[in-house]
Design a binder for this molecule. Structure first.
Ligand SMILES: Nc1ncnc2c1ncn2[C@@H]1O[C@H](COP(=O)(O)OP(=O)(O)OP(=O)(O)O)[C@@H](O)[C@H]1O
Ligand SMILES: [Mg+2]
Length: 310
């Protein structure tokens, strides 16, 4: 059995309307994340992605179901789960160092100044912000602010990093640079990450697994796509991998067609929300290639319920 760091069992969210009618945003959501895994969640606007992230963070209760972190059911927020929002949410009166130190001191209040500084500096260097320690948020670019947010989240050494479209407010060039940095940092620190994105290429670059959510109301997890590209991928060589387009087309086809028609299509099938199908686009080609050439490291391929798409 896999040792899951996060286990989500049958969560649902319902909101009551002004007329007393209740809307079920999503229900029967089950998935798990392993230690060191990078998982992206993709789905159309309004299907409930942010709500799921907030439930995981402990910022919002689920209407049904359970969330376990390290085998324990969560009860509210914790420094074990750091959140990076779309907007950086830095304290404007504090410097870069001050913002990071503020978070670190809540985690380790007993640390002296020197220890605190050394620790914060390590994370400032990690996100390439050396030299900007004394700047305040107003003096930084959008990309630099988001980097401070990432450094602050990582500096408290959370068990899980939760990110809600962290790069969506940035220009394409800065977004690309930050994606590569996050990829490098996560490889270095073996950080477990749950991230929401609308960007299919971002998900293929960063994620080991991509969770696909159907449209709401009553949204559910349609399937979990295993990223079959090697883990040492980069933004520049992504499109050169033989099954990059297989994964990409699979995700886009889901967003364009199947996310809407999912309920109708699966009505007669054997879809079980407790065990959404694991899909590995191009996996058969990888197996073939492996037979002819040196083995290619797979990002994360588990032999349970794998559906190979062509
Ligand atoms: N406090 C609330 N009261 C009532 N409805 C809410 C509340 N919060 C969220 N919703 C509804 O729940 C649904 C899911 O919202 P959520 O923000 O999780 O969507 P999302 O998938 O993150 O969308 P986006 O991609 O646009 O960020 C939406 O239809 C939203 O209107
Ligand atoms: Mg959202």
């Amino acid at each position: 059995m896999n040792d899951h760091l996060i286990k989500i069992e049958g969560i649902a969210k319902r909101f009551g309307g002004r007329d007393g009618a209740e809307t079920t945003v999503f229900e029967n959501v089950h998935f798990a994340i392993e230690q060191g895994e990078f998982v992206c969640l993709i789905g159309h606007s309004g299907c409930g992605k942010t709500t799921i992230l907030n439930i995981l963070a402990g910022l919002e209760p689920a209407s049904d179901g359970y969330v376990f972190v390290g085998g324990r059911e969560i009860r509210g927020p914790s420094l074990d789960r750091a959140v990076i929002f779309q907007s950086h949410a830095l304290l404007p009166w504090l410097t870069v160092m001050g913002n990071i130190a503020f978070a670190v001191s809540s985690r380790w209040p007993e640390w002296d100044k020197a220890r605190m500084r050394t620790h914060c500096q390590k994370y400032i260097d990690l996100v390439n912000l050396a030299g900007a320690e004394k700047k305040r948020p107003a003096e930084l670019s959008g990309g630099m602010r988001q980097r401070v947010g990432i450094a602050r989240a990582l500096a408290i050494q959370p068990k899980i990093l939760l990110m809600d479209e962290p790069f969506s407010a940035l220009d394409a060039l800065t977004r690309g640079m930050l994606q590569e940095e996050v990829l490098r940092i996560c490889a270095e620190t073996r950080q477990t990450v749950f991230m929401i994105t609308h960007d299919v290429d971002e998900a293929i670059l960063l994620a080991d697994k991509i969770i696909l959510m159907t449209n709401g109301p009553h949204a559910k997890i349609a399937e979990i796509v295993v990223n079959t590209l090697p883990r040492n991928r980069s933004r520049h060589d992504l499109h050169r991998h033989p099954h990059y387009y297989r994964i990409r087309n699979h995700l886009i086809e889901f967003l364009v067609d199947r996310s809407r028609a999912f309920d109708r299509e699966t009505a007669a099938g054997d879809y079980d929300p407790r065990n959404p199908p694991l899909v590995a686009p191009g996996l058969s080609e990888v197996a073939e290639a492996a037979a002819h050439a040196a083995p290619r490291p797979l990002a994360s391929s588990r032999p349970m319920a794998v559906v190979v798409t062509h």
